[in-house]
Design a protein around this ligand. Structure first.
Ligand code: ADP
Ligand code: MG
Length: 511
């Protein structure tokens, strides 16, 4: 009996600890992604300035100086031209002056931002990571703007995040180099990469997050939770020795045993009752955890999505404020306004998502709602030379629903369809009945979705568009679910996408 109690206790503590560590690893990964992303965006904004486009070394130094005053970090900024020659750097530390052979140069010259490392700084011998983005002249990549961040900076950030001293946080690259850990030497010994389950899980099976248990060097069992970053090819690993809570479980287990012993002496059925109760509360706990996870996911996402435009606005206002008395370049204002629009858009969509009170459902007619939605979307379609066609089977039964919410569903889907067709096309909308259901299809002749995109749509903030919020389908799916509807998506890259939505029809005899 005592074993049973002990293991149940252990499992529960184990589960709680696992949840906690999973949450921590998520949070750390989001934080690092956020950190890398805001630096990348800052570099992209710098790449838009005339000084950099024209490769005016003294002006670039000025900009870098202003920028590093605004962001006091121990990092280094620099610009290299298309031959890889460094034309400016700040602060004026030595830096190898020809970067043509470096992967971070070559990758950014292909037109994409690049995050890489660890490299060894040739001057200081310190380990560093490097972020590079291209700058353009006459629509061609003309060189790169780069940023060097000491690895110790990343370590400091990870240390500040850590509140539970019984866990430790490490960072490794997908190539298996240990990047950061409070005891880096030891960590490097422990994660002989190809032998570690991490290699199998992350590199071979392409898992993005998860957990495993493993004997450490001193044969102490350890729990590892991991998550791959989206902004860099790195994995965050949170490690905790299992002993830490084994001993705690032992004590609680002992106490439970005494209580159980007494209970057994008196009434065996009380145990059944208690077990039943515990199962119920366990189910409730799981439900609560799921809810919290969703809130957490959204909150981390919102912070991330809103912080990026804010960082960029801050940077431009700082640049503008340095131009005492002189005209502020229209590009600054434009960028600031664009970023503000983006925040406005995200907050706008969040409001729809967060709306707590369900509106009252009534009998509504989808034909009328579809017609109104199409009328609403026609102007936008015309601008993009897109034809909207609507075909409704006569005499459709009503559905029970909230007409504004249903309209929102169709607006979101038609909007996505329009946005998928840059060079014109057709959106075909049809409504018909099929054995007790109403089936609505919205088909476009746009760019279609890859398998991977199809898998990810409807995840908060997943978007393939530069200005997308990635909330449209989250809201849409939620509203459809709220109407007891079902969605099915068919899509082929280069051919088009068809959304099929099925709503249960109301009782016809009551039309
Ligand atoms: P957003 O429109 O802000 O990107 P959504 O949640 O509405 O966010 O859509 C998520 C992603 O799903 C889009 O970025 C796009 O990649 C894909 N998608 C949605 N609808 C379509 C469509 N009709 N055709 C092609 N891709 C689509
Ligand atoms: Mg959308």
């Amino acid at each position: 009996m005592s074993y049973v109690v002990f293991f149940q206790q252990l499992n529960e503590e184990h589960q709680v600890q696992l949840d906690k560590n999973m949450h921590f690893v998520e949070m750390t990964a989001t934080y690092l992604d956020d950190y890398i992303n805001s630096n990348k965006r800052a570099l992209q904004n710098l790449a838009l300035t005339d000084a950099i486009k024209q490769e005016n070394a003294s002006k670039i130094t000025q900009i870098f100086q202003n920028y590093s005053l605004a962001q006091p970090e121990t990092s280094l900024h620099w610009v290299a031209n298309s031959q890889g020659i460094v034309i400016s750097k700040f602060p004026n530390n030595e830096l190898d002056s020809n970067l043509a052979e470096r992967e971070y140069f070559q990758e950014a010259m292909k037109g994409n931002p690049y995050v890489g490392g660890p490299y060894i700084c040739s001057q200081t011998r310190n380990e560093i990571i490097i972020i590079t983005v291209p700058y353009y002249r006459d629509d061609k990549v003309a060189g790169i703007v780069g940023m060097t961040i000491p690895l110790s900076e990343v370590q400091t950030k990870l240390t500040t995040l850590q509140t539970d001293q019984s866990v430790d946080v490490g960072l490794i690259s997908l190539e298996g180099k240990a990047l950061s850990h409070p005891d880096l030497e030891e960590f490097r010994k422990k994660f002989v990469f190809k032998d570690s389950p991490i290699y199998q899980r992350v590199v071979v099976s392409k898992e993005e997050s998860g957990y495993f248990e493993q004997d450490s060097v001193e044969t102490v069992q350890e729990m590892h939770t991991f998550k791959v970053l989206t902004e860099a090819p790195w994995v965050v690993i949170v490690t905790q020795p299992l002993v830490a809570f084994n001993s705690r479980a032992n004590q609680t287990g002992g106490r439970n045993l005494a209580v159980l012993f007494l209970l057994l002496l008196f009434l065996s059925w009380v145990i059944h009752y208690l077990l039943l109760l515990r199962d119920m509360s366990h189910a409730e706990k799981t439900k609560q955890t799921e809810k919290l996870a969703l809130v957490g996911e959204l909150a981390a996402g919102i912070a991330h999505e809103i912080r990026n435009p804010l960082t960029s606005i801050k940077g431009f206002i700082q640049l503008a404020s340095q131009k005492k008395g002189k005209d502020i370049p229209p590009l600054y204002i434009e960028t600031i306004l664009e970023e503000l629009d983006r925040i406005d858009q995200i907050v706008g969509e969040m409001v729809v998502l967060a709306k707590p009170a369900p509106e009252i459902k009534r009998k509504v007619h989808l034909d009328k709602i579809l017609q109104e939605t199409v009328n609403l979307m026609i102007p936008q379609a015309l601008i993009h030379e897109i034809e909207l066609t609507l075909e409704i089977e006569p005499g459709l039964p009503y559905v029970i629903g909230v007409s504004n919410q249903l309209k929102q569903v169709f607006i979101n889907l038609i909007k996505n369809a329009i946005e998928a067709m840059e060079h014109g096309g057709t959106v075909m909308i049809k409504a018909s009945r099929r054995s007790g259901n109403i089936v609505i299809t919205i088909a476009d002749t746009g760019r279609g979705m890859s398998q991977e995109t199809l898998r990810k749509v409807g995840t908060p903030f997943f978007s393939t568009k530069d200005m997308g919020t990635g909330l449209g389908l989250v809201i849409t799916f939620r509203l459809i679910q709220n109407h007891k509807g079902k969605v099915c998506i068919r899509s082929e890259v280069g051919v088009g996408t068809k959304f099929k939505i099925i709503f249960p029809a109301g009782d016809e005899s009551e039309q």
